[in-house]
Each structure stands twice: as C-alpha cells, then as structure tokens.
Design a protein around this ligand. Structure first.
Ligand SMILES: Cc1cc2nc3c(=O)[nH]c(=O)nc-3n(C[C@H](O)[C@H](O)[C@H](O)COP(=O)(O)O)c2cc1C
Length: 302
C-alpha cells in the first residue's frame, strides 16, 4: 500500500506530482490540491517521483515497513532493503557534466581488453554501486538487482576454467552458427594451449549482475545498470569490457554456484573492469545510426 502523505496546506496545486506519478496514484482535485487516490494506492511502486517533482516539498513517501515490502515483493523473490536516510532530500542541483563533456565521455569509452594488475579499490567500487548504480532505472521500480565482484587473477582463472568445457561443447554444436563455433574453438584452444584468456582478457576484476528469475523486465534493467557503471567508471579512469562470451555460459549451474547465485536467480550481465594498461589515441569510425521521424508534420506532407 502507498504510504504517501500530502501536506495539503503546503501544496501549491501545480499538478506536477500527478503528471510525474507513473501509476496514477496521485490525483489532484478541482482546486489542484494533490491527494492519493485510495483505489489506486495499492499500485504505488514507491519510486518517489511525486516527492522529487514537488516544488513545495509538500509530499512525503514513507518507506513501507519490511512486512509490507515482503508482502508486496514476495512474488518477485526480492529481499527488501530498507530505504536509506537521505532518499527524500532535495535533488542535487549539479554541477553536471556539460553536454560537450558528456558527449566526449561517451565517445572516448572504448572496450578495454588489457588491464594493469593494480585493483580498483573497494571504496571506489562501493561508491559506484551504492551511490550511482542504485539510481539506474528498473521496470516498475522493482530494484532487486544484486552485484558480485570477482577479484584477483586466481579467481578469474577459476571462472575461466569452469567456462571452458561449455565453450568446448558449443564449438562442436552444429546448431551454433559456424562463425560462433570458430570463436568458441579459439577461446578453448587459446586457454588450453597458452592460458590466454579470451573470456576475461587480462582483467583482474569483473562485476556480475544477477537477480531473481521472477523479476519480469530484468535483462534491460541489468544492461542499463552496467552501462551506467561503464560510464561512471570511466570518469574515474577505470576501463571496462562487456564479458559477452561469458554470458553465453554464465547460468550453467557450476558457474552460478561459484558466483554464489542461487538456483532461483539468474545472471544477466558481466563486465570486466580495471585500470587500462594503455589508452586509445584515436576514436574509431562508426557507421551512422539511421534516424527517421514519424511526426504529425510528416503526415501532413503526405
Ligand atoms: C553485449 C555486448 C557483449 C560484448 N561481449 C564482449 C566480449 O565477450 N569480449 C570482448 O572483448 N568484448 C565484448 N564486447 C565489446 C564489443 O566488442 C565492443 O563494444 C565493440 O567492438 C565496439 O568497441 P568499443 O566498445 O571500443 O567502442 C561486447 C559488447 C557488448 C555491447
């Protein structure tokens, strides 16, 4: 149930909360004063959009009790986490990166496949996970994503060792595309012959994001989460690479067990990270993304 409280005397009747609420829980009356629609309150997803949007600070959203959360989220198999202090503080006014800074951040990101041994500190990892990734969007504001970081070449090697037999099988699997079979065979032979790791490259740290299999829109949520991680990491000089090959075998039982992921959970993203051994002096050319508009203007011109 919604724990939404509108302080009517403070409400200025701007209606922003009604527009911001994704679930139609807030309805402004004829006088514009906001109120929670009792019949819709049960679909409140506690996203805090109403609180964040209100210019008058008239709305507060009490964190549901653990019992209420448990009841609501049990179907999704999520361990509820209490809201943290500060969640309803005024939004940070910035400073934000300028458009030019953001654009160059995106353009400068390269997949890094060669890493220094020096690890990214836990303080940095924890800041990124708790202060940045926590704010990435999830469908229905369900949250529930979990992260495990594997550290040190010894552990990464163990994970590669666990993956190789599956790649060996896939290299022989006629249902796989012939190009993929070649790639899988190369992964296997490079590791077996020379301990060259084409799965985790020369990484010493990798982040794996997983969640309960009952969370409905989980793949896009994980991909967004790790995309945020890639960009936020880059601002700290940390390079990243999607471990897409690993994802092909990530949910094999021994691998899940190694990563401490339970049978009711599945892994949806893996990113290698660390300090790059060298930097890229040039930006590669990219084919343009075709762009079309389907607008009223175009309709009129038909
Ligand atoms: C979903 C996904 C999976 C990927 N998997 C791998 C991978 O397993 N190994 C790897 O070295 N790079 C992987 N990459 C990196 C791509 O090869 C890389 O993004 C692409 O070649 C463009 O290079 P750039 O990232 O430097 O712009 C993956 C990228 C994506 C988006």
């Amino acid at each position: 149930m919604s724990q939404l409280v509108v302080e009517e005397r403070a409400c200025i009747g701007c209606g922003r909360c009604q527009i911001a609420c994704p679930m139609g829980v807030i309805v402004c009356g004829e006088n514009g004063i906001a109120g929670a629609d009792e019949t819709n309150a049960e679909v409140c997803i506690h996203c805090g959009q109403c609180v964040a949007a209100c210019p008058a600070g008239a709305i507060s959203l009490e964190a549901p009790t653990d019992a209420e959360l448990l009841e609501e989220l049990a179907d999704y198999g999520i361990d509820p986490l209490p809201a943290r202090p500060g969640d309803q503080e005024p939004a940070e006014p910035g400073p934000f990166p300028t458009p030019e800074q953001f654009d160059s951040l995106v353009r400068a990101r390269r997949t890094i496949r060669d890493y220094r041994v020096e690890p990214v500190g836990h303080d940095v990892i924890e800041h990124l996970v708790h202060q940045v990734l926590t704010f990435a969007p999830t469908g229905h504001n369900i949250r529930g994503l979990k992260t495990v970081v594997v550290e040190g070449r010894e552990r990464i090697d163990q994970l590669t060792d666990l993956s190789i037999p599956y790649f060996a099988q896939l290299a022989q699997d006629p249902s796989c595309h012939s190009f993929d079979r070649k790639v899988f065979a190369r992964i296997v032979s490079a590791w077996r012959a020379n301990r060259i790791d084409r799965v985790f490259r020369t990484g010493h740290q990798a982040m794996f994001t997983y969640c309960s299999t009952s969370i409905p829109p989980r793949e896009p949520a994980v991909l967004l989460n790790l995309a945020y991680f890639q960009l936020a990491a880059l601002t700290r000089g940390i390079g990243t690479a999607w471990a897409g090959y690993f994802m092909i075998v990530a949910n094999e039982p021994p691998i899940k067990q190694f990563l401490g992921v339970s049978p009711g959970e599945s892994i949806h993203g893996a990113v290698i990270f660390g300090y790059p051994r060298w930097s890229f002096p040039r930006t590669p050319a990219r084919p343009d993304i075709p762009l079309r508009y389907l607008s009223a203007h175009q309709e009129e011109n038909r």
